[in-house]
Design a binder for this molecule. Structure first.
Ligand SMILES: Nc1ncnc2c1ncn2[C@@H]1O[C@H](COP(=O)(O)OP(=O)(O)OP(=O)(O)O)[C@@H](O)[C@H]1O
Length: 300
C-alpha cells in the first residue's frame, strides 16, 4: 500500500487500539512559533482552542494553529477523527463548540464568499437532471443568489472554470453521465467559479484513476502558485508530500464518542513525521521513507 487508505478503514473507535499518547500540541511542529509570527492579516485561518461538532457535542477539538495565506495544508487522519467536521466548521456549517475561528480575519459566515469547497463525493446526488454547466453555475449562487440572472460575466466565469479543469467539451452533458473523476473535476470547477481565496477540498482524490489524480494534483499546485490557500483532506500521504506545504494530522479520540484532536501541525517536512503519523493512525504499522508513506493494519 502506498497510502493510509487502508489504515483509515480501521475502526477508530476501538478503545483497545486507541491507547494513544497525550495529544501533541498542534503547534508542536513549529505551528506555535508560526502562529506567533503570523500577523492576523497574513493568515487565511486562525484557530484558537477551537472545537467543532454537532448538536452541542464536539467531534474535533484542541485546534490552535494558523494557516498562512498561500499555504496548501494536507488534512490527514483516520476515519472519524473529524476532518470533514473541521472543514464544515471553517465553512460555518458545523457548530463552533469551543474556542475561536477567524477566516481572513472574519467569522466563517462573513468569509463564506471567499471560500470554495468540494464536499466528499458520497454527499453528492449525481442523479439530478442537470448539465455539467449548470452544476458549475451553481457555484455563483452563493455570491449572487439563485434568482439573479448570471449575465455574461458569470457565463464567462463558468466557461473559464470548465476550461481550467479540462471539461469544456463536456459542458452540455448530464452531470450523472460523467465518470466519477470527471464529476470530481466538475465539482472542483464549481468551487473555482467564484474565484475563491480559500479552497476546502474533502478527499478529492478518493477513487480517482491515475489520469484524474494527476490532473487534480496539477490543479492543486497551480492554484497554490496563484496565492490561493488550500486545505485538502486526504488519506493519501504521498499527495501531502507532493502537493502540500503544510500538514495537519488529526488523531481519533481515545473512546468512540471522544472528539478527534491534532497530532501535529506545521510544514510538511516537520509535521509529517513517522511519530506523528503513528500517533494519528494508532492501530497501524507505518513506514516512511523519502518517497512514500506506507501504512498497514497490524491485524493484516
Ligand atoms: N451531521 C452530523 N451529525 C452528528 N455527528 C456527525 C455528523 N457528521 C459527522 N458526525 C460524527 O462526527 C465524527 C467525525 O466525523 P467526520 O466525518 O468529521 O470524520 P472524518 O475524519 O472526516 O472521517 P472520514 O475519513 O470517514 O470522512 C464521527 O463520529 C461522525 O459520526
Amino acid at each position: 500500500m502506498t497510502a493510509a487508505r487502508d489504515a483509515a478503514a480501521s475502526d477508530p473507535g476501538d478503545a483497545q487500539h486507541c491507547a494513544a499518547p497525550e495529544p501533541m500540541q498542534a503547534g508542536g511542529a513549529d505551528g506555535g512559533a508560526e502562529r506567533g509570527a503570523l500577523a492576523a492579516s497574513d493568515a487565511a485561518l486562525v484557530l484558537e482552542g477551537a472545537a467543532f461538532g454537532y448538536h452541542g457535542t464536539s467531534r474535533v477539538e484542541g485546534l490552535t494553529l494558523a494557516v498562512p495565506v498561500g499555504a496548501a495544508v494536507a488534512l490527514i487522519g483516520p476515519n472519524g477523527s473529524g476532518k470533514s467536521t473541521l472543514l464544515r466548521g471553517i465553512l460555518g456549517l458545523a457548530e463552533l463548540t469551543g474556542g475561536s475561528i477567524r477566516v481572513f480575519g472574519e467569522t466563517p459566515d462573513r468569509a463564506r464568499r471567499r471560500i470554495g469547497s468540494l464536499p466528499q463525493a458520497d454527499t453528492r446526488d449525481a442523479t439530478l437532471p442537470v448539465t455539467l454547466r449548470q452544476v458549475v453555475t451553481m457555484g455563483l449562487y452563493r455570491s449572487r443568489g439563485a434568482l439573479r440572472p448570471i449575465g455574461r460575466t458569470g457565463r464567462e466565469a463558468v466557461s473559464r472554470a470548465l476550461e481550467r479543469v479540462g471539461l469544456s467539451a463536456w459542458a452540455s452533458r448530464r452531470f450523472g453521465e460523467l465518470s466519477g473523476g470527471q464529476q470530481q473535476r466538475g465539482i472542483l470547477a464549481r468551487a473555482l467559479v467564484s474565484d475563491p481565496q480559500l479552497l476546502l477540498l474533502d478527499e478529492p482524490f478518493n477513487g480517482l484513476d491515475r489520469e484524474n489524480r494527476d490532473v487534480l494534483l496539477r490543479l492543486v499546485r497551480e492554484l497554490r502558485a496563484e496565492g490561493r490557500t488550500i486545505i485538502v483532506s486526504t488519506h493519501d500521504l504521498e499527495i501531502a508530500q507532493e502537493a502540500c506545504s503544510h500538514a495537519l494530522l488529526l488523531a481519533s479520540g481515545h473512546h468512540p464518542n471522544q472528539p478527534g484532536h491534532p497530532a501535529a501541525y506545521g510544514p510538511v517536512e516537520q509535521a509529517l513525521t513517522l511519530d506523528a503519523v503513528q500517533h494519528a493512525f494508532q492501530d497501524t504499522t507505518v513506514e516512511l521513507d523519502h518517497h512514500t508513506v506506507t501504512t498497514t493494519r497490524e491485524t493484516e
